[in-house]
Design a protein around this ligand. Structure first.
Ligand code: NAD
Length: 485
């Protein structure tokens, strides 16, 4: 039996059941064919306001429910991701323009995040505090209440479920606003899984919508915590709104991530790592390798190897062909990133490979001789573009990798001793030695620093409990305390 039937969501949003959307139907375009893939509903601000009210109402009973009851629902959700892998992967492939391996990764992570979250309701959530007063003193974590999750288009399933699952498991209700370009894999698939898993009605809402709905679910008085993943520009706005309304906000934003190739590194392996880091999912990943910083002793040979690889990677429709790269999500994103490539080449950068496109299919691109004044140096490109730099000393490599406002991920290939010196010096939320920059696992505390986010973390019990609960100090005396008046 299919889990996803487009009939159920035509013109609709999910609020525990499927209801007509305030702003009517919205076409979802398959980027590879540029045809309508499905029709969903576009939520309105009124939809958002009624969703948070319902969520706040449903949350009370859910928070009071037995831990084993919540855990069982999360476990069933994990099983359902696995049982429907083939069907749901196809939606990720077609809706996001992903190759099968990327879709498989999203599905695997979704299942594992649900299983990991199933352990949260029974996790230790407090401590006994020594006190000099005549009472017992405890610190305990309680559900935050209603959590809003705002997610982007690129890895829509992982970037939604990584907040939705732990937040629900810890006794919260969740209102999810997926990107309107990926409302099925980033929203309705999750709604269907939790519907089938037996989640009580009203606890989980999916509102495909734009910035207006994102703002509404940020400032609504019923919402206590906002979990935002997206661009630094939009993140700043959400951060400002949330702070003005005194909400806790977790911001997971963009990146300009470096991969450093140390002297003596294996060139073929390093070129493969760089190609993967730069070109996976067409470079539309916050952790994508933005700068490849190569020791001068390897630079020429490495540049040739990466250029060759880029020229031979197949690009096409991942739903019908065996390809390494699919399409860019839409024309706006493609023209933006192509503009960065063109302006950098006009300013003197060398185009080693790629730099051209058909429809939404952009060829893997390698740029050399990029300088500090070029957009390709300063901006997150969010497309399949490698910029390659030469360095001679470790200090230079550290300076180049650190010369950005972002601080999400750094990869270092080669000698582990040298690599550790760099790991100690770079301001980055994630560092991978002998791996490229893209990586995530269900139990790791994921997050960036600087313009990559406000240092919040998702993943693993400790980070998730910190992210989605509030602390209560609780004291208990055996009798009413005496007071001087
Ligand atoms: P985006 O910021 O435009 O959109 C992300 C989400 O925010 C969407 O749901 C969008 O509708 C919503 N949104 C946009 N403006 C808003 C506003 N003013 N108020 C409330 N909501 C608003 O991002 P995008 O271009 O679609 O996604 C790509 C960006 O996301 C890149 O910068 C990428 O690096 C970043 N990203 C970060 C991570 C991470 O974990 N750090 C992961 C993936 C993507």
């Amino acid at each position: 039996m299919n889990l996803l039937d487009p009939e159920i969501w035509a013109g609709k949003i999910f609020n525990g059941g499927w209801v007509p959307a305030g702003q009517g139907p919205l076409d979802v375009i398959e980027p590879a064919t540029r045809k309508v893939l499905t029709v969903v509903g576009l939520a309105s601000v009124d939809d958002a306001n009624s969703a948070v009210r319902e969520a706040a109402h449903a949350q009370k009973e859910w928070a009071a429910s037995k831990p084993e009851y919540r855990a069982a629902i999360l476990r069933r959700a994990g099983d359902l991701w696995n049982a429907h892998e083939a069907e749901l992967s196809q939606w990720i492939i077609r809706e996001t323009g992903a190759i099968a391996a990327k879709a498989g990764l999203e599905m695997h992570m979704a299942a594992e995040i649900c299983f990991a979250s199933a352990a949260l309701p029974e996790h230790v959530i407090g401590s006994v505090l020594p006190s000099n007063n005549d009472h017992w003193s405890f610190s305990r974590r309680r559900p935050a209440g209603v959590v809003s999750v705002i997610a982007p288009f690129n890895f829509p399933l992982i970037l939604s479920i990584r907040s939705v699952a732990p937040a629900l498991a810890l006794g919260n209700a969740v209102v999810l606003k997926p990107d309107p370009r990926t409302p099925v894999s980033g929203g309705f698939a999750i709604a269907r899984i939790f519907e089938e898993a037996g989640l009580p009605q009203g606890l989980f809402h999916v509102l495909p919508g734009g910035a207006d709905v994102g703002a509404a679910v940020t400032i609504a008085p019923e919402v206590s915590v906002v979990s935002f993943t997206g661009s630094t520009e939009a993140g700043r706005k959400v951060g400002e709104m949330a702070s003005r309304h005194l909400k806790r906000v977790h911001l997971e934003l963009g990146g300009k991530n470096s991969l450093i190739v140390l002297p003596g590194a294996d060139i073929a392996k390093a070129a493969s790592a760089a190609a993967f880091g730069c070109f996976l999912h067409q470079g539309q990943i916050c952790m994508a390798t933005g700068r490849v910083i190569v020791h001068e002793s390897l630079y020429d040979e490495f540049l040739t190897a990466l250029g060759d690889k880029a020229s031979h990677l197949p690009v096409g429709n991942p739903a019908t062909e065996q390809v390494a790269l699919g399409p860019i999500i839409d024309e706006k994103q493609l023209l933006r990133m192509d503009g960065i490539v063109k302006s950098s080449v006009e300013a003197g950068a060398t185009l080693v490979a790629g730099g051209s496109y058909d429809e939404l299919f952009y060829r893997p691109t390698v740029l050399a001789n990029v300088t500090e004044d070029m957009q390709a140096y300063t901006e997150e490109i969010f497309g399949p573009v490698a910029t390659v730099f030469r360095y001679s000393t470790n200090a230079e490599a550290i300076a180049l990798a650190s010369d950005t406002d972002y601080g999400l991920s750094v990869g270092i290939l080669g000698d582990v001793g040298l690599a550790m010196q760099i790991a100690d010096a770079v301001p980055s939320g994630l560092v991978h030695i002998n791996e490229q920059t893209v990586g995530d696992e269900p139990n790791i505390p994921f997050g960036g620093v600087g313009a990559s986010g406000n240092g919040s973390r998702f993943g693993g019990a400790e980070a998730n409990i910190e992210a989605f609960t509030e602390t209560q100090w609780l004291t208990v005396r055996s009798e009413i305390a005496p007071y001087p008046f």
